[in-house]
Design a binder for this molecule. Structure first.
Ligand code: 0GY
Length: 290
């Protein structure tokens, strides 16, 4: 299992694009260090340690002010590394946790007080074991009164089967990485049209326009084939999109992106200052800091 992945870029470039004041990197992770915060025994991969200090240094280098730190499967439902990072962020980080179905209301309240604003449900078979929908629905119903949202991670071909579940969730639903479209298909092909339809028909559904490095077939540094997909969502749903680096890019085996070049893609997917402000500031502040 161990050591078949790459470590994050050792020296990302300073981006040319300057994010607007208050910009939020709304999808990133901290990992370990494993000696302090051990990885989950049931994990499907072991990441490189990626500390809060390294995350905050990257935030500053890229010109961002805040982070939303998302729990990844390699830490299971043990959110200690995430909570430790938020606690040391001077109020500049919030979190999306993974929780055990048996979590108590008091534990959820404690997570809220610690800066958590959502839970993540992961539907990628290569990353997690199956959890019955009714168990997930019960968690969603219990976090709804806290004003939290559900983050869902799935692949485009699985959307038809997941549609009814997603559209019955009682919270805002944030989709990771545009629902992982096959960017070898046209942006107006049925697969991505279905995802656009999900957002059109359900005003509580948002999308992260993130992870060109995972989706692209044309590859770095410009990831051209991902741009039309992200841009379409930003232009059609400007108030329901988020952007994130996905640093430290867990479980990537082909290449490791330069985070500076990822930031330099932003003007290509959000071509006006107004769209950039919504994507990077207004939307994440509304969801995580309101
Ligand atoms: C991501 C993507 C991946 C991993 C996870 O929770 C996770 O382990 O999300 C992936 O392997 O595609 O967003 O970090």
């Amino acid at each position: 299992m161990d050591k078949d992945w790459l470590c994050f870029h050792p020296a990302p470039s300073k981006p040319r694009f300057i994010p607007p004041p208050g910009a939020v990197d709304a999808h990133c992770h901290v990992f370990g260090p494993g000696a302090v915060f051990p990885y989950a025994p049931q994990r499907k991969y072991t990441p490189c340690d990626a500390s809060r200090e390294q995350l905050f240094a990257l935030r500053d280098l890229l010109g961002f002010e805040r982070n939303v730190i998302v729990q990844a499967t390699c830490h299971g439902n043990d959110n200690r590394a995430l909570l430790d990072a938020i606690a040391h962020s001077n109020g500049r980080a919030r979190g999306v946790a993974s929780v055990d179905p048996a979590v108590s209301d008091a534990e959820l309240r404690a997570l809220h007080d610690a800066g958590v604003r959502g839970v993540r449900f992961n539907f990628l078979k290569r990353l997690t074991d199956f959890t019955p929908r009714e168990v997930l629905m019960n968690i969603a119903e219990r976090i709804a009164p806290l004003g939290w949202h559900v983050v869902v991670y799935f692949e485009a071909q699985d959307l038809p089967e997941l549609w009814d579940f997603f559209t019955s969730l009682p919270t805002t639903v944030v989709v990771d990485h545009m629902g992982r479209p096959d960017v070898g298909q046209r942006v107006d092909a049925p697969q991505f049209e279905r995802f656009v339809q999900l957002l059109r028909e359900h005003s509580n559904v948002w999308s992260k326009v993130s992870c060109p490095e995972r989706l692209s077939l044309s590859g770095p540094p410009t990831y051209d084939d991902v741009v039309p997909f992200a841009r379409r969502l930003v232009e059609e749903f400007p108030d329901r999109v988020l952007w994130g680096t996905d640093w430290p890019h867990p479980n990537l085996k082909t290449h490791m992106p330069d985070d500076g070049t990822l930031v330099d893609m932003i003007p290509r997917i959000a071509p006006t200052e107004e769209l950039q402000r919504k994507l990077l500031v207004d939307n994440p502040l509304r969801l995580y800091w309101a």
